[in-house]
Design a protein around this ligand. Structure first.
Ligand code: ADP
Ligand code: MG
Length: 598
């Protein structure tokens, strides 16, 4: 069986891990990094590069470098206005109303960009493991809506990965904690990354991890802190020079870069110098930026943002029906959780030392790998009781929103409701599915709608239509409606409202699969490998039992066959070759059995 990898597909950085003999291990990428910047760069000749190389070209080529694409995944253009200013590349309205990016005259959907990042991780995993990788568990922020989850899954499909599970990032962090501790406790997972902030309260046990509540702000992350510092730097420049900084893209990108570097330094140093020589040239000659930033200044700039995360923490604790004193431990996740002020404030809020046992950049990927290990059956399962992060319901008379599954319900879950017709002999009803917290339907996010037709004619209010709502363990929604008298039913698996059709997805997948193995091939490969692994175990057992009865030459032959088989299982991707090997192993076994007379 091939290895299932666990992927933390981050806004800023992505990380990939797998299970090796029951323990999680990080996959090192081609450049030797443990994490990979979620950045895709495009060159004029159509070449694309991903990760560190792409991040480096950001300064010189900001318009052809796409970063923080996760902010736009599965979202409609008109919902994204606030985020557009945070990136240097243009965001457009795609054909179906979803966001799209335009790079060098070609449009890409966010899922295509994410697929390129995933493809790089997949390739790194294959090189690292020496075998094809076709299956993955991918994490998403707790606050991702259904359409954002679907988009993530689509990105996996485009990259040639079968996404077996989508799990929440904080849940993954909790899994890593459970794996490590195996101690019953109530924990808070505080995840402050580059683009999002999440906090979850979980009850973990030896074999159960239950999310009690989860909160967050998917518009708050380290990039926002960079922007605060950038604005301060720009103001300092204007004050010093009496002229404002031009808003030229390259200048802004250099400044953003410098702001992030200063921020990183201020996590360990108490002050840092920002020097950007020849930032631009105007009538009076070249202009330089040279300024010292102290940690105190930086802390003042970000204090409100940090406070906002604490507000969410308090709310999450309250949602869980607990008091802060009842939180046993706080697990810090995400690069921004390294900021001293953040640690100080979180510690003060929970009045607890923070758990420092995990690398905040890796813990989510490790949790995803643990989930993958459970799917593989390699490690004992921890039952994951996740919760929905939004209420789900339908539109009812008067444009109101009828909540069928309230926020923070444990997953998987199913809810039912009966509706009826509003006019006599009405033959069809329209079911409009929404998610959100407003009482008014139009203020919530529409997930889709469908019609139940051919209802048996009857006086209004008489037909009984059963609506069933399900959310599976991946947080993906399925809705069905059934006319109880005729038995006619309709079901809808919710695709992203601005999502792609299956056909489009297939086309993309095909075009991306050129380099990769086809799914079918991969399946065959997995099957034959499994067979050979079984044969190896059989032959090893035979060897142990009958060692004393076999001739030296037979033992040598057996040794060689085993060696060849082990090597092939590890290295070969050639299905016909492996099939031949398997037949050969059958013959070896028959021959040896005949020798010892069994
Ligand atoms: P994401 O989950 O969004 O991919 P990460 O968890 O990788 O993000 O965090 C990336 C963010 O963390 C970036 O904004 C980066 O600047 C910030 N970061 C990383 N290390 C540090 C540090 N030592 N001090 C402050 N911020 C940091
Ligand atoms: Mg993250």
């Amino acid at each position: 069986m091939g290895t299932i990898i666990g992927i933390d597909l981050g806004t800023t950085n992505s990380c990939c891990a797998f299970m090796e003999r029951g323990e999680p291990r990080i996959i090192i990428n081609e450049e030797g990094g443990r994490t990979t910047p979620s950045v895709v760069g495009f060159a004029k000749d159509g070449e694309r590069f991903v990760g560190e190389v792409a991040k480096r070209q950001l300064v010189v080529n900001p318009e052809a470098t796409v970063y923080a694409i996760k902010r736009f995944m599965g979202r409609r253009y008109r919902e994204c206005r606030a985020d557009m200013g945070l990136v240097s590349y243009p965001i457009l309205e795609g054909a179906t109303g979803e966001c799209a990016v335009e790079v060098l005259g070609r449009q890409y959907s966010p899922r295509e960009i994410s697929a390129l990042v995933l493809q790089k991780l997949k390739k790194a995993a294959e090189d690292f493991l020496g075998e094809p990788v076709t299956e993955a568990v991918i994490t998403v922020p707790a606050y991702f809506t259904d359409s954002q989850r679907q988009a993530t899954r689509d990105a996996g499909t485009i990259a040639g990965l079968d996404v077996l599970r989508i799990i929440n990032e904080p849940t993954a962090a909790a899994l890593a904690y459970v794996h490590d501790r195996r101690k019953a406790s109530t924990i808070a997972v505080y995840d402050f990354g580059g683009g999002t902030f999440d906090v979850s309260i979980l009850r973990v046990d030896r074999d159960v991890a239950e999310v009690k509540a989860t909160r967050g702000d998917n518009q708050l992350g380290g990039a926002d802190l960079d922007r605060m510092l950038l604005e301060w730097l720009a103001a300092a420049f204007a004050r010093e020079n009496g002229v404002p900084l031009p808003t030229d893209k390259v200048v802004m990108q250099r400044l953003r870069d410098a702001a992030e570097r200063a921020k990183l330094e201020l996590s360990t140093a108490s002050s840092t110098d920002v020097a950007l020589p020849f930032l631009f040239v105007d009538a009076s000659g070249p202009r330089h930026l040279q300024v010292t930033v102290t940690r105190a200044i930086f802390e003042e700039l970000i204090a409100d943002a940090v406070e906002r995360t604490l507000v969410e923490c308090r709310a999450a604790v309250r949602d869980a029906g607990l008091a802060v004193e009842q939180i046993d431990e706080v697990v810090m996740v995400g690069g921004s959780s390294r900021i001293p002020l953040v640690q100080e404030r979180v510690k003060a809020l929970f009045r607890r030392p923070l758990n420092k046992g995990f690398n905040p950049d890796e813990v989510v990927a490790i949790g995803a790998a643990i989930q993958a290990g459970m799917l593989e059956g390699d490690i004992k399962g921890v039952t994951l009781l996740d919760v929905t992060n939004f209420s789900l319901g339908i539109e009812v008379a008067g444009g109101r929103f009828a909540r069928l599954i309230p926020k923070n319900t444990t997953l998987p879950t199913v809810a039912r409701r009966q509706v009826s017709t509003v006019v006599d002999n009405q033959r069809s009803v329209k079911i409009h599915i929404l998610q959100g917290e407003s009482e008014r339907a139009r203020e919530n996010v529409s997930l889709g709608e469908f019609e139940l037709n051919n209802i048996q004619p009857a006086a209004r209010g008489l037909p009984r239509i059963d609506i069933s709502f399900g959310i599976d363990a991946n947080g993906i929604v399925e809705v069905s409606a059934k006319d109880t008298r005729s038995g006619i039913s309709e079901a809808l698996r919710i695709d992203a409202p601005a999502g792609m059709s299956k056909q489009e997805l297939l086309q993309l997948t095909e075009s991306h699969a050129a380099a990769a193995h086809s799914d079918e091939e991969a399946k065959k490969l997995r099957a034959i490998r499994k067979t050979i692994e079984g044969q190896i175990v059989g032959l090893e057992g035979f060897q142990r039992i009958h060692q004393g009865e076999l001739h030296r030459s037979d033992l040598d032959g057996l040794d060689q066959a085993l060696k060849r088989a082990r090597m092939a299982v590890l290295k070969s991707q050639d299905v016909p070759n492996l099939t031949e090997l398997s037949t050969y192993l059958v013959r070896v076994q028959q021959h040896l059995k005949a020798r010892v007379g069994v």
